[in-house]
Design a protein around this ligand. Structure first.
Ligand code: CP
Ligand code: NVA
Length: 307
């Protein structure tokens, strides 16, 4: 029997603002249930396929632990050990895996790869990071802000560093969660122009970090060279040397400003050696929240499929 077209989560724009708000609220609830030791297994017998074409610590463990805690099972599929790495077309892989798994997450390079996979999948597909977007991180980040400071609506977030996949997802988040975003990046490393143009009512670029930090309720940064850009590392170290989040920069923000980083972090580059230990940093909660946010996401997507 042909299924209805499944819902996917490839960018934050695949969900409505109210669905996203529902997810962060649910993530907070699931976190509290988990911390109380409550067993909650609504996804018993469900199987999550986990395709990784790039490295991961947090994403892999949070998805695998998350599906196990919900009663299901995860299958880790590295492109190195599957036929994907030997050139089996993405369309064929999607058709086959989606006949065996109930939900699939992919971490890969081009965003077109997850779009192509989703277009050929019978089951929900989750983008677990592409060169262009990292939406799962944003559910966790929005949950973390909500837990520490309440609603992010109307607040100002400052993105320091590269206009990369994380920055793009912050631009989408600014739209979907209704906050202002200041992108503090060096010239030549701006976010995608079409994304900037579509969000010019709430996203601005400010080149000077000290200027950008003023009035911020949150500062967030990421590595200077992302996965796949390893050969640019040395060159980028020169270009980005003034784009570091440190306690002195945080001092220029609002007194209750917090700091986030998706991790892994490079101390001495995008953050100072002492930034992760600063009381304004909420990075460990942020990392933990990947688990709870993605449990809420999987529960949501599988409920949609079977309702
Ligand atoms: N933040 C994040 O996605 O971390 P990993 O690369 O370890 O999955
Ligand atoms: N921008 C980084 C994020 C890692 C979670 C990368 O793509 O490598």
């Amino acid at each position: 029997m042909a299924n209805m077209a499944p819902r996917h989560f490839l960018t934050l724009l695949d969900f409505t603002p109210s669905e996203l708000a529902q997810l962060t609220t649910r993530a907070i609830e699931l976190k509290s249930m988990h911390h109380q030791g409550q067993v909650f297994e609504p996804l018993k017998n469900k199987v999550l396929g986990m395709i990784f074409e790039k490295s991961s610590t947090r994403t892999r463990v949070s998805f695998e632990a998350g599906i196990a805690q919900l009663g299901g099972a995860g299958i880790f599929l590295s492109s190195k050990d599957t036929q994907l790495g030997r050139g089996e077309p993405i369309e064929d892989s999607a058709r086959v895996l989606s006949r065996m798994c109930d939900i699939i997450m992919i971490r890969t390079f081009g965003h077109d790869i997850v779009e192509n996979f989703a277009a050929n999948s019978r089951v929900p597909v989750i983008n677990a990071l592409t060169d262009d977007y990292h939406p799962c991180q944003l559910i966790a980040d929005m949950q973390t802000f909500q837990e520490h400071r309440g609603s992010i609506q109307g607040k100002t977030v400052v993105w320091v560093g590269d206009g990369n996949n994380m920055c793009h997802s912050y631009i989408n988040a600014a739209r979907q969660f209704d906050f202002k975003l200041v992108v503090n990046c060096p010239a030549g490393f701006d976010p995608m122009p079409q994304l900037m143009a579509a969000n010019k009512d709430r996203v601005t670029i400010v080149r000077d970090s000290k200027e950008a930090a003023k009035g911020a309720h949150m500062l967030v940064t990421d590595v200077w060279a992302s996965m796949g850009q390893e050969e640019e590392q040395k060159e980028r170290e020169k270009v980005f040397k003034d784009y570091q989040v440190n306690p002195a920069l945080m001092d220029l923000a609002e007194p209750d400003a917090i700091f986030m980083h998706c991790l892994p972090a490079h101390r001495g580059e995008e953050i100072s050696h002492d930034m992760m230990d600063d009381p304004r940093a909420v990075v460990w909660d942020e990392a933990e929240n990947r688990l709870h946010a993605q449990k809420a996401l999987m529960e949501f997507l599988l409920k949609q499929t079977h309702s």
